[in-house]
Ligand binder design. Structure first.
Ligand SMILES: Cc1cc2nc3c(=O)[nH]c(=O)nc-3n(C[C@H](O)[C@H](O)[C@H](O)COP(=O)(O)OP(=O)(O)OC[C@H]3O[C@@H](n4cnc5c(N)ncnc54)[C@H](O)[C@@H]3O)c2cc1C
Length: 506
């Protein structure tokens, strides 16, 4: 980018899943000048392992992950790693590549928070716009930038788990990624010709030659600048210097559930008590910023197998199921995911085996994100307060029992499997609940810190405008008022697609 250029129509802050969509969509109009700021590196400087689907767990130890941890959780007494991506593509460059809409019931409930126009039917055109679904399933997109589909040949151990699920009475779904079904099936993945497709690959790369799109990497947004109540500029650090870029029309925050809330707080926008505690002036009191932080916790059952598990070729988690723990629910509240490696566990090392992940899809527990100062390089204080609500534990217990029934099925018998962790001596609710609360991990789906709605607790309105201010929107995972009942990335793509439409309106 020409370093003398400092004035733009739109500034997009954060080049992750949502930011790549917005930068690409907004710059489709050649008369609109768009600046994208990303704290991490360009695609070519990300680790090679980004492209290799099976290697994604190794990315957690690289600079492509911000490396956040929660505070010690009341449930376990220990902090929990909460990875998020850094670099063009953001979390889509380090995630596990599952591409699935939440079940439709999860969006319909967004209206409970006052959000208007975000029911599943409203979002459907945006889900479709983002994707070219190779399955050709009904309700799926046919010409979007992302090419998504299930593994052509899932790992045999995962197919055996799928057969076990069906054998034990679960529905075999046709398209578990489409938001309309429950049951078990291979899930769509962001893998094209054996390589990961990030948001930067799908959206940004084809737009990079546009003269009206300006991308600055290794640029950390420090704070937002205002003229009265109008956001007019972003101050950011790059090349060891502080820069200011101005936005004639709007600034849109796409720094993710952690980064966007941090940036609002650093700009004096948030709960007055939190800002005062961080010794900061309150520019605009907005009690919901950083509140409502929630995520999917996941407990793992780890199995040893006598028969060798084939070498993983995909993302490890190629098949999953969405289930209701109680028949009177209006949609699924539990996910089981079959994983073709034995994840690290607290009981014993396993050389050859697999894992069944169990995660409550509609957790009730809510926590918070805070900052300690206006230092843009200081780590946030993250407390999702996992398992604060007993209902979330009960959902996991139901999931563990379901997983064990599948593991006992004839379909898995020929693999000679044995449950290593927690182990079959852990049986009663209390012991299983204690296990889940002590040894769970984050499913890495933090959301909710700038929740959308029309009530006092909401940060953005139904058009994603920060309440009480002008020229400023948030359009990423942070605006999700309650987490969808599946992995979150597909939902963030759809939110960003819709945000682009809202912002392009004259
Ligand atoms: C390890 C892992 C595994 C996951 N697995 C899956 C999965 O398999 N399927 C799924 O659906 N979801 C998965 N997710 C979640 C999913 O990837 C996210 O929900 C989604 O990518 C969030 O998109 P976003 O645009 O809100 O934020 P992000 O994609 O995280 O983008 C935020 C961007 O903003 C940048 N940024 C932050 N602060 C600043 C600042 N101050 N200045 C400039 N830039 C800034 C960041 O560097 C980042 O690039 C996973 C996430 C992780 C981390």
């Amino acid at each position: 980018m020409d370093p003398r250029k400092t004035a733009f129509d739109f500034i997009v802050v954060g080049g992750g899943t949502a930011g790549c969509v917005l930068a690409a969509r907004l710059s489709e109009d050649p008369d609109i000048q768009v600046l994208l700021l990303e704290a991490g590196t360009s695609t070519s400087r990300l680790p090679d392992a980004v492209a290799n689907p099976s290697a994604w767990p190794s990315l957690m130890a690289t600079a492509a992950n911000w490396g956040d941890k929660t505070v010690a959780q009341a449930a376990s007494g220990a902090p929990v790693p909460l990875p998020r991506g850094r670099g063009l593509g953001g979390s889509s460059a380090i995630n596990a590549m599952v591409f699935a809409r939440g079940h439709r019931s999860s969006y319909d409930s967004w209206g409970d928070h006052g959000a208007k126009g975000w029911a599943f039917e409203d979002l459907l055109p945006y889900f479709q716009r983002s994707e070219t679904a190779t399955s050709g399933a009904p309700s799926r997109g046919t010409d979007g930038p992302l090419t998504v589909g299930p593994m052509a040949e899932p790992n045999d151990i995962l197919l055996a788990c799928l057969a076990g699920a069906v054998e034990t009475g679960h529905r075999r779904a046709l398209d578990i990624s489409g938001g309309l079904e429950e049951g078990f099936a291979p899930v769509d993945l962001n893998i094209v010709a054996g390589r990961r497709q990030t948001a930067a690959d799908a959206y940004l790369a084809p737009a990079l030659d546009r003269p009206n799109l300006h991308v600055v990497t290794e640029a950390v947004a420090h704070r937002l600048l205002f003229s009265g109540d109008r956001c007019t500029a972003v101050e950011y650090g790059a090349d060891g210097r502080t820069h200011t870029a101005t936005a004639e029309r709007e600034v849109v925050l796409t720094a993710g559930a952690i980064g966007s809330a941090q940036l609002l707080l650093r700009s004096g926008i948030g709960p007055a008590s939190d800002l005062e505690q961080a010794r900061m002036d309150v520019f605009h009191s907005l009690p919901g910023v950083g509140r409502n932080l929630h995520d999917h916790p996941r407990a793992n059952l780890v199995y040893r197998a006598r028969r060798p598990v084939p070498t993983p070729q995909g993302n490890h988690g190629e098949i999953l199921g969405l289930l209701r723990t109680m028949p009177d629910l209006d949609g699924p509240d539990l996910q089981l995911i079959f994983i073709d490696i034995p994840l690290p566990n607290p009981v014993a090392p396993v050389d050859n085996g697999f894992t069944i992940g169990v995660s409550p899809m509609r957790p009730l527990s809510r926590g918070s994100l805070r900052i300690t100062s206006d230092d843009p390089y200081a780590a946030p204080v993250l407390d999702p307060d996992y398992f604060a609500k007993e209902q979330d534990v009960r959902t996991v217990l139901s999931g563990i029992r379901t997983a064990r029934r599948i593991a006992r099925s004839a379909s898995l018998a020929e693999w000679g499997i044995e449950e290593v962790s927690p182990g079959l001596d852990v049986v009663d609710d209390q012991s299983l609940g204690d296990f889940a609360k002590k040894y769970f991990g984050s499913y890495c789906h933090p959301v909710g810190t700038c929740a959308m709605g029309e009530d006092e607790a909401s940060v953005v309105d139904s058009e994603l405008r920060v309440r009480g201010l002008r020229g400023l929107r948030v359009a990423d995972g942070s605006v999700i008022p309650s987490i969808p009942s599946n992995n979150t990335n597909a939902t963030v793509y759809a939110i960003a697609e819709r945000a682009a439409d809202l912002m392009r309106r004259p």
